[in-house]
Each structure stands twice: as C-alpha cells, then as structure tokens.
Design a protein around this ligand. Structure first.
Ligand code: HEC
Length: 217
C-alpha cells in the first residue's frame, strides 16, 4: 500500500495531509489519542516548545517510556505513534493538537459531545471550548455521581485561568472563573475516582449586584 510509505516518510500527520479529510474526521480514536496526550502526557510534556522534532529512532526508544505512563497503549503501535506525533506537533507549533468539534451555540455541552473528549478508563477530560473574550464566567458541571475533581481552564497559550480541586454537592460543581486574555480555551478534568460528566456549561456571570439579589430571593 502507498499509505505505508507515506506514514514511514511523514508520520501519521503526513498521512492526514495526504488523505481526504473524510478519513481524518472519521478517526474517533484519534480524538481519544489527543485527549490521552493532553491529560496524561501533558503532566510533563505540556508546553514543550523546543521547535525541534524527535525523529524515528526516538520513537523506537520512547516506546517503553510511553507504556510506563500509559500501559493501555500496549500492543497498539498506531496509538503509540499518534502520541509521538502529537508530542512532535506541540514541540514544533507550540500549540495543542487541533481537534475538530462543534462548539454548542449556548455553550452547554451534553454527553453526545462530552463522551468523545474523555479517556475511557480514567475518565480524564480535555474539552475544547472555543474562543472567549475577557470577563467573569461560571463553569457548571453535572456529574454522574458525587466526586472530587481537579479542574483546569487553560488557554491555547498554556496559561491556566483555573487550577483547583472541588468536591461536588448533589453531583454538581459550580466554579466562578475570570478570563483575562482573549483566545481559545480548554477545560481539563482529573477525577479522583472515574466519573462521567453529564452536562458542562461555561456562561458569562451576571454582575455582582444581580448575583447578590438572587441570593437574597
Ligand atoms: C512524569 C513525567 C512524564 C510523563 C507523564 C510522560 N513523559 Fe515523556 N518524557 C519525560 C522526560 C523527562 C523525557 C526525557 C526528556 C525529554 O526529551 O523531554 C521524556 C521523553 C519522551 C519522548 C522522547 C522525546 C525525544 O525527543 O527524545 C517521548 C516520545 C515521550 N516522552 C512521549 C511521552 C508520551 C506519549 C507520554 C504519555 C503517554 C509521556 N511521554 C509521558 C517525562 C514524562
């Protein structure tokens, strides 16, 4: 097959360039690779922007390293290669690997989208939220059961707007957050025990006056 030589010469990203977009868009697993990278590998490799690519010898050598941090990639050569390519993308472009996804118009995400942005076992989440202007916002999470979760709101420039741990009450978590810089944002979650997000929203928060009034009523 021609593809294999394309893969050998250009890596998986090369394959995406050489194949019609329909192929890339179909790759559900590919979104999961990005989520795995941006939750598990990101703990050490986030914002590595050396500009230099790692070459194929590094891929062979890194295999045991990758498996140590993500044992579930064992026997999945394609996944290991994708993770490697995603790291290279970050190094070269100093950016998150792009993921095609619709942003719900009201900024309320339901399980149809949410379930694509999670790792199956750990239930780590990495959700692209689209573009935001500076202001005060409120994140609301509805979980399948009560849990303790670590949450991040992070910009495309790797700036954390939120980095905190919450315990849900009645399966809900309510997080006020201030966005200072305009740009693309991503929500990341690490639950202490695996838990599914049933609903996620991030909405502009009313001014303090209205907020106070609501609390009184
Ligand atoms: C606990 C920290 C940590 C985690 C988690 C981690 N790595 Fe690494 N990784 C390192 C360090 C340190 C190096 C060696 C120094 C370097 O090249 O940045 C490295 C090197 C690599 C290399 C070789 C890069 C090169 O240019 O030689 C690859 C590929 C790699 N890691 C991929 C991954 C992937 C994929 C994951 C997720 C499954 C992952 N790593 C998770 C710390 C980590």
């Amino acid at each position: 097959m021609k593809w294999q030589s394309v893969i050998r010469s250009f890596g998986f990203l090369g394959l995406l360039v050489f194949l019609p977009p329909a192929f890339a868009a179909e790759g559900e697993a590919f979104t999961e690779s990005v989520v795995i990278f941006n939750t598990i590998c990101a703990k050490c490799h986030e914002a590595q922007c050396s500009g230099r690519l790692s070459f194929d010898q590094a891929f062979e050598k890194s295999s045991s390293h990758v498996l140590r941090h993500y044992g579930q990639a064992s026997g999945k050569q394609w996944l290991q290669k994708e993770l490697f390519d995603i790291l290279n993308f970050m190094k070269e472009k100093c950016a998150y690997y792009p993921i095609q996804t619709p942003i719900p118009s009201k900024r309320i995400w339901k399980t149809d989208i949410l379930d694509k942005f999670t790792t199956f076992m750990e239930r780590n989440y990495f959700i692209p939220l689209g573009h935001f202007t500076p202001g005060q916002y409120r994140i609301e999470l509805e979980l399948e059961k009560d849990a303790k979760v670590i949450t991040h709101l992070i910009s495309g420039e790797f700036e954390m707007a939120l980095e905190d741990c919450y315990l849900s009450t009645d399966r809900r978590v309510n997080i006020p957050v201030r966005i200072e810089e305009p740009g693309d944002y991503y929500f990341r979650m690490y639950p202490k025990t695996p838990v599914r997000i049933l609903r996620f929203s991030i909405l502009p928060q009313e001014s303090n006056g209205q907020q106070g009034l609501k609390t009184l009523m």
